[in-house]
Design a protein around this ligand. Structure first.
Ligand SMILES: Nc1nc2c([nH]c(=O)n2[C@@H]2O[C@H](COP(=O)(O)OP(=O)(O)OP(=O)(O)O)[C@@H](O)[C@H]2O)c(=O)[nH]1
Length: 327
């Protein structure tokens, strides 16, 4: 996928353990203005004005939403708390340059490191960007730690003018290439985990299940399925999982292979054959107390999914919408 392919499609929010990243929206204006109108935030940023008014926030959001719609290589995402949806700050990629800021009440809790990792992984993996550049004023030591800790290499120094302090500061520039990112990301061997999942479609809606409380990434919505056990075929594993989770009986001939995910999480490599299913026997219901939802294609914008599923949902959308099975 590339930026061009994000155009005219729902943007699936990027979920990490505590955060959700999704395109900036006009409803963020009030919270954005409140956090941005803080000299401690703007003094280390090159372009942020101070004081920062609600109108500044509206103008900024309107401009960025327009640029993203144009299909230009721009992504300006709001950083939200994944459970409360509270607005924490911004992370962006614009024409090869990455930038971010976090509201002062949220400093010192590792939120920006988490947002940075989630965002750059998406940029390299999904958007296939070749590299990005980022800069920081050396006095912003927290930011320097995130950038250097993320594997970015120093390139050159240049003066950065701060609108807020009306003065110039020496800025350190860094770059990270896709090649270097992958080499570092894949440096450690991790186990391969085989999982199988189903896209169950009925009345032009897709079934998704919420990961229950107590598990990692609780509250993220995924496709029904689970781990393939030793000696099982993917089809047999899926039939077993769907019976255990949803109480339905599925036969081999009901399962149509569509594609697969091969996705490297930090601690394991997921391989997930992926089937579509439109016929089954029995009354489909959540047998394990899990929340289920039947969603349309545009609902994807509002549900956090595991990172491995983003490409799958796009593929599913392209194929199933054409066949009139998903609306
Ligand atoms: N069922 C399912 N699992 C997915 C999807 N996408 C994805 O990354 N996974 C990951 O694949 C693994 C699925 O195995 P599981 O359902 O048996 O996992 P679990 O976390 O309940 O495992 P556990 O029983 O070890 O706690 C999890 O790590 C899950 O996050 C998906 O769409 N459906």
């Amino acid at each position: 996928m590339t930026f061009e392919m994000l155009k005219n499609r729902p943007f699936l929010p990027l979920a990490s353990e505590r955060l959700l990243l999704r395109p900036i929206h006009k409803n963020d204006a009030k919270a954005l203005a409140k956090l941005a109108n803080n000299h401690n935030v703007s003094k280390t940023l090159a372009r942020m004005p101070y004081p920062y008014s609600l109108q500044d926030a509206h103008d900024f959001i309107e401009r960025k939403v327009r640029e993203m719609k144009d299909g230009s290589p721009t992504l300006v995402l709001s950083i939200l708390n994944r459970t409360s949806h509270e607005f924490l700050g911004i992370i962006s990629y614009e024409n090869g340059t990455l930038g971010y800021w976090l509201g002062e009440p949220f400093w010192g809790q590792g939120f920006m490191k988490e947002a940075f990792q989630s965002f750059i992984h998406f940029l390299f993996d999904f958007c296939e960007i070749p590299e990005f550049e980022i800069s920081a004023m050396p006095l912003n030591t927290a930011s320097v730690r995130i950038i250097e800790g993320g594997g970015c290499l120093p390139t050159f120094q240049k003066e950065l003018y701060s609108n807020a302090t009306q003065s110039a500061h020496l800025g350190q520039y860094y770059a990270l290439t896709r090649e270097n990112y992958w080499a570092r990301y894949c440096a450690k061997d991790v186990p391969v985990v085989w999982v199988v999942a189903a896209a169950i479609l009925k009345d032009q809606k897709l079934l998704v299940a919420e990961r229950p409380q107590g598990k990692s990434m609780a509250g993220v919505w995924e496709l029904p399925g689970g781990k393939i056990e030793s000696g099982e075929t993917p089809e047999a594993a899926l039939a077993r999982e769907l019976h255990e989770e949803l109480g339905i009986e599925v036969h081999h001939e009901d399962l149509k292979p569509l594609t697969f995910a091969s996705y490297r999480y930090p601690k394991f490599h997921l391989v997930m054959p992926f089937f579509t299913l439109t016929t089954w026997r029995g009354d489909l219901h959540g047998k394990e107390g899990q929340n289920l939802a039947w969603i349309s294609y545009s609902d994807l914008e509002n549900i956090p999914t595991p990172a491995a599923d983003i490409a799958l949902f796009h593929k599913l959308g392209a194929v199933m919408k054409n066949q009139g099975l998903w609306g």
